[in-house]
Design a protein around this ligand. Structure first.
Ligand code: HDD
Length: 723
């Protein structure tokens, strides 16, 4: 039964998909950024044609037996090779990140569409011909390093720009708002959302008493709760998530003029999500699903891309907004300030080794460059302390010297010492001012160096919160009102699932009462699902009155997506001996459209087609695969093949499950009998026609030329259902 293991499935997916697009990578080449060159020079090693040595370079002749006093005698402590290996091994782990422990990363570059020098002097935004190297880590928040990928959770979206003027990190999430308004509450938030302290349950999810106890007592979290209970938190792929800087930052131009700015990443493939049941099943069958998907797409040369958008707000306009621009629980609707898309990021290279790159990468919202500054947002201000502090603890004092964290521009200063110091600085002077070192490193002029924006600050010391932070419901309501009925249903389902795992009825009731301030109908239905009292309708101010915007279509995944591409999508093709020629037709059409056709059969060996002249070695067996790993399913014709499929229970169960998860399903010729047997649709194709019924496409005897229609229809359906 080894092939049933989730690892088995995963490996086959990677191999099969890589095989399906063999040669693409070579043709497209791999990006050689300044960062790549630097890593090659200082760190990347290749073990090919080398001899094994100890860590001090002594050649090793055996690794199988330690040095002993006699063949059956005790091991001798003088075996320095044994000690060298064991002592290093014993120290291999470092603390995992206190949040966002589970993540995957990739290298790439960012390119601006046109110069933004009127807005900012920041290096990546000056020259459209400049490719700024980036390293991006995408993560979940709650789970440990080894937790599953497809759990319901916020996704972290951290980007390190290696610019000519130092590293700039944009450390965001796939949700544009946050749970809390002030960083001082972050330890409480994280304690509440992590597994409970007495039994370390549950992993990778917030469906437990502590989390809902905390948030039900914290009205400021309501807006974020609406987002995390939406489909945003069960993404189909890391390649299909938004990224948001969340806070208000500042752009400062060469004249010292500052404007507020919000950052948005928009995935070129659109935003797509799982069905909840599918996410749960995938977490079991392939816990590395999102990590593998990211890795594989890059290996295949189908590079993930995002456009960077900005919302720019003049400092003088900020106070006119109906909420506080410094409040991280608020979002600026596009209807109030449109998003301008200013450039594109492409991820085109997987790390060579996970630990030195992905694990040792340190991101920090305080890694700023000239032209970008922070606002007074109290959540951001606290983050400025936490990230370096945690880096010192997790990685060490000299984390900035590690290859992955090193800037590509020169670094010169008087920092010395600390554990694991790498740099050797010539000369005597390690202080400023000095004459013994010729005064160097010299101070930069104001036009070259970082100058903090001289934002005026007045006030008395206080721990009070600004009154302008007090509206916790208008935007939560606006978000909910922006959803389609389908999405509203998913939100109700998510609240019902999570809160049904809360054993304390008082917490369930408190959440229902809180949500009554967002939407009465939602809270009444939720109360019914949870077995608590339905609240009375409460008098709430309408979102339109408070925000001027009742609903923002851009917030709905379904309303804002264009479902017009099958690029990067996986299509499972069910073949048994005797399948017809529609298989090769469809595979050609799918590959041409950038999709990944993958074949499945009962056994792993080559499967002959109807003509007997050609065979296909399946990517998977039915038992070692699952409908959840595909975006669409295809059942070809061929009398013998279809008869065998109709007898194969695992295959039929898979196809029926795919239907349940709203996959696009296409069946042609005799293959139509399979979807008829499963009663997946009412209307099927007549001879010489194509029919579409509830996501199931059937075609009979349409011959050549069918591939285009089917490919397009399957593509649209795959996109449409996953939204
Ligand atoms: Fe944070 C990691 C995003 C609030 C403290 N955070 C971390 C990562 C992301 C975010 C993407 C993972 C970075 C990586 O891949 O290495 N965090 C956010 C966003 C926030 C936010 C978008 C709200 C807008 N975080 C936040 C607050 C604090 C922290 C308020 C504390 C005051 N975050 C941390 C941390 C972590 C971290 C403890 C854990 C590991 C690390 O930093 O390097 O410092």
């Amino acid at each position: 039964m080894a092939d049933l293991s989730s690892q088995g499935i995963g490996r086959s997916v990677a191999n099969a998909a890589a095989h399906a697009v063999q040669g693409v990578k070579g043709a497209l080449g791999v990006g050689m950024t300044e960062k790549r060159q630097q890593l090659n020079q200082i760190a990347v090693q290749d073990n090919a044609n080398t001899v094994l040595t100890t860590s001090s370079g002594v050649p090793i002749t055996t690794v199988d037996d330690s040095l002993k006093a006699g063949e059956r005698g005790p091991t001798l402590i003088e075996d320095f090779q044994f000690r060298d290996r064991m002592a290093h091994f014993d120290r291999e782990r470092i603390p995992e990140r206190v949040v966002h422990a589970r993540g995957s990363a990739a290298h790439g570059y960012f390119q601006v569409y046109e110069s933004l020098s009127d807005l900012t002097r920041a290096a990546p935004f000056q020259d459209p011909s400049k490719k700024t190297p980036v390293f991006v880590r995408l993560s979940t928040v709650q789970g440990s390093k080894g937790s599953a990928d497809t759990v319901r959770d916020v996704r972290g979206f951290a980007t390190k720009f290696y610019t000519d003027e130092g590293n700039w990190d944009l450390v965001g999430n796939n949700i544009p708002v946050f749970f809390i308004q002030d960083a001082v509450k972050f330890p409480d938030l994280v304690h509440a959302l992590k597994p409970e302290p007495h039994n370390e349950i549950p992993q990778g999810q917030t469906a437990h008493d502590n989390f809902w106890d905390f948030v039900s007592l914290l009205p400021e979290s309501t807006h974020m709760l609406m987002w995390i209970m939406s489909d945003r938190t069960i993404p189909r792929s890391f390649r299909m998530i938004n990224g948001f800087g969340v806070h208000t930052f500042r752009f400062v131009n060469a004249d010292g003029v500052s404007r507020f700015v919000k950052f948005h990443w928009r995935p070129v493939l659109g935003v797509h999500s799982f069905i909840w049941d599918e996410a749960l099943k995938t977490a079991g069958r392939d816990p590395d699903y999102l990590r593998r998907d990211l890795w594989m797409s890059i290996e295949m040369g189908d590079f993930p891309e995002w456009e960077l958008g900005i919302q720019v707000i003049e400092e003088s306009e900020a106070d006119k907004l109906p909420f506080d621009i410094l409040d991280a629980t608020k979002y600026i609707p596009e209807e109030i300030v449109p998003i301008r898309y200013i450039g594109k990021m492409t991820l085109n290279r997987n790390p060579d080794e996970f630990f030195p790159e992905t694990e040792q990468a340190v991101f920090h919202p305080g890694h700023l460059i000239p032209g970008i500054d922070v606002s007074e947002d109290p959540l951001l201000q606290g983050r400025l302390f936490s990230y370096t502090d945690t880096a010192f603890h997790r990685v060490g004092t000299n984390f900035n010297e590690l290859p992955i964290n090193r800037p590509v521009c020169p670094v010169h200063n008087h920092q010395r010492g600390g554990f694991m110091r790498h740099t050797i600085v010539k000369g005597q002077a390690n202080y400023h001012p000095n004459s013994l070192g010729g005064g160097c490193p010299a101070l930069a002029s104001a036009s070259k160096g970082y100058v903090h924006y001289p934002a005026p600050v007045i006030g008395r010391k206080t721990s009070n919160r600004a009154g302008s932070f007090s509206d916790h419901f208008s935007q939560a309501r606006m978000f909910y009102n922006s959803m389609t009925d389908t999405e509203k249903g998913h939100i109700l389902g998510a609240f019902s699932f999570e809160l049904s795992k809360v054993s304390t009825m008082g917490i369930r009731q408190r959440m229902v009462d809180l949500l009554n301030k967002v939407d009465h109908d939602l809270s009444v239905k939720l109360a019914d699902n949870l077995g608590v009292k339905a609240p009375e309708k409460s008098e709430v101010e309408s979102s339109t009155k408070v925000l001027g915007v009742a609903a923002s279509p851009a917030l709905s995944i379904i309303k804002s997506n264009k479902y017009d591409t099958i690029r990067g999508r996986m299509v499972g093709i069910y073949i048994m001996p005797g399948y017809d020629s529609t298989v090769s037709e469809l595979m050609g059409a799918l590959t041409a459209a950038g999709a990944v056709p993958l074949t499945l059969s009962a056994k792993g060996g080559p499967v002959p087609d109807a003509s007997g002249s050609s065979t296909t070695t399946p990517s998977f067996t039915f038992s070692a695969s699952s409908s959840t790993q595909f975006d669409a399913l295809f059942i070809p014709g061929g009398r013998k093949s279809v008869d065998a499929l109709l007898e194969n229970v695992p295959a039929l169960v898979q196809i029926a499950e795919g239907f349940k998860h709203l996959k696009a399903i296409a069946a042609v010729n005799e293959g139509v009998e399979v979807v008829q047997r499963l009663s997946l649709m009412v209307k099927t194709a007549e001879d010489n026609s194509v029919a579409v019924d509830y996501g199931v496409i059937t075609a009979k005897g349409v011959g050549t030329g069918m591939n285009g229609k089917l490919g397009k229809a399957a593509g649209m359906a795959a996109g449409a259902v996953s939204g």
